[in-house]
Design a protein. Structure first.
Length: 480
């Protein structure tokens, strides 16, 4: 017989049982795992499972939201008696039903219902705002605190440390930059910060209800130079989609583009007319010019001298989880390399970490650009990371077994990838391995690579964040 309780002071899930002491007690979810500290050697034992964990060498943060399962490695462990009603802690909310554990963001039950959110939303819509010398950052709907918003945050913190920096997060497992204030989506604090900040910096749609406050501005940084068709350019005409796109883009005061090519596409795809597009390169790519890969590799547990392959495909409109075109463990073995698996932000919650010898799933890693810096070569498909990784000049390989389907039915392209790709297009893992083993590939694609960088990376010079922050301050959107 086992029981469960929450130690609120230590922020642990405490499992107590009778009989032989188990060898291990673990709490396992799709993207995180916590191992218990077990005490007792007589007729009873106790296992304290931490509800905060450290990943990638960072601070100990609450476990990500989602479904977990308790595993007791021992004889006769019966978890049916482990029951805990939903309990709100400072960092999360947890409920236990036998082996099943549910973790949710720390949202007060009074506000979790549609009615509770409607009250906060109406309050937000009615209140004045735009009066606090602060920025409200959001990256990929609060799933991480990275991309262009993070790089802008770091430059703002350096040049104007008196400006308050709020970060919208899905839950408190998201590590925000030093000095940033995490606000969990849907909480009263989130709604207030969103209303009061003078500037919102986002890299995707604002979602939910947005009401522009007097004196408030929105900088849309977007999240990549597009190969695949976007917004109004997507296949099929849908009046509701058109209305939603136009409504969204009218919320933006300025739009950031990595290059001139992207600026032309984004303006038309989002009907962003009559307002400025800042063609300044991508702040997130500054680290690719100025950064040092050694520290990132060490945080990932990669030994010096190891070859590192980064597999980073985009998401698919017709599936929720990451594509499975690669067997990462077999790739690592055959290529004699460490394989980093990076799923798209849209596959973070539905999927689960890939496992295997010399395989590291970095889908939950906070900053993609650092992974690009750490990799010796990129394996992708139609993802915009191709336009970022090219800043490094390192080899790229395009694994595209569904090329015709994706190009002809799912999305469509703005240009012919096969004609212009700065690396080989392959259809199978076997073809990929042959290309990776071919020392002549970089030289064979050198001319294409140079033309690619000249078109897409001209402004990625390591100073993009500096230029963007200068524009923000020159506009007087914030006071240094």
């Amino acid at each position: 017989m086992t029981t469960a309780r929450i130690d609120e002071q230590d922020e642990t899930l405490v499992i107590a049982g009778t009989g032989p002491r188990p060898a291990a007690v673990t709490l396992e979810g799709a993207r995180a795992r916590a191992e218990a500290r077990i005490t007792g050697r007589g007729r009873t034992w106790t296992a304290a499972v931490p509800l905060r964990v450290s990943r990638w060498g960072g601070p100990a943060l609450p476990l990500p939201s989602g479904d977990y399962r308790l595993h007791v490695d021992g004889e006769g462990a019966d978890l049916t008696g482990a029951q805990v009603a939903a309990t709100l802690l400072p960092g999360l909310r947890i409920a236990v039903d036998g082996a099943r554990v549910r973790i949710d963001p720390p949202l007060d039950p009074a506000y979790e219902t549609p009615e509770g959110q409607a009250v906060l939303e109406e309050r937000y819509a009615a209140q004045p705002g735009g009066r606090e010398n602060a920025v409200f950052f959001e990256s990929f709907y609060g799933q991480n605190a990275g991309c262009n918003p993070r790089a802008i945050d770091r430059e703002l913190a350096r040049r104007a440390p008196g400006i308050r920096r709020y970060w919208s997060v899905a839950d408190l497992s998201v590590a925000v930059p030093e000095g940033g204030i995490a606000v969990v989506e849907g909480t009263p604090e989130w709604w207030r910060a969103r209303a009061d900040a003078r500037l919102l910096v986002v890299n995707d749609w604002l979602r939910r209800r947005y009401v522009r406050k007097a004196g408030q501005h929105v900088l849309q940084t977007w999240h990549g130079t597009p190969l695949k068709r976007l917004a109004l350019h997507r296949p099929g005409f849908h009046p509701r989609r058109m209305a939603a796109v136009v409504k969204e883009s009218r919320r933006w005061d300025a739009l950031l583009a990595q290059n001139l090519y992207a600026s032309h596409i984004l303006r038309k795809a989002y009907a962003f007319f009559g307002r400025p597009i800042w063609v300044e390169g991508y702040p997130r790519n500054d680290v690719l010019v100025n950064g040092d890969a050694a520290g990132i590799r060490a945080a990932l547990g990669i030994r010096p001298g190891e070859r590192v392959l980064l597999y980073a495909p985009t998401w698919r409109d017709d599936r929720t989880e990451m594509v499975d075109f690669v067997d990462p463990e077999e790739l690592a073995r055959a290529a004699d390399a460490v394989v980093l698996v990076r799923g798209h932000s849209r596959t973070l919650r539905p999927g689960r970490d890939r496992e295997g010898a010399r395989v590291i799933d970095v889908t939950g890693y906070p900053d993609t650009a650092q992974l690009l810096l750490a990799g010796d070569a990129l394996i992708t498909d139609y993802s915009s990371v191709m336009f970022d990784f090219s800043v490094t000049g390192k080899p790229m390989y395009f694994l595209v077994p569904d090329l015709e389907h994706y190009r002809g039915e799912l999305r469509g392209f703005y240009f012919d990838l096969a004609e212009r790709a700065p690396g080989p297009l392959v259809r199978t893992q076997e073809e990929l391995l042959r290309a990776l083993a071919d020392d002549g590939v970089p030289a064979a694609y050198a001319e294409r690579y140079a033309a690619w960088r000249a078109q897409f990376n001209r402004r990625d010079d390591g100073r993009a964040a500096e230029r963007v922050v200068s524009r923000i301050l020159d506009q007087a959107w914030l006071t240094p």
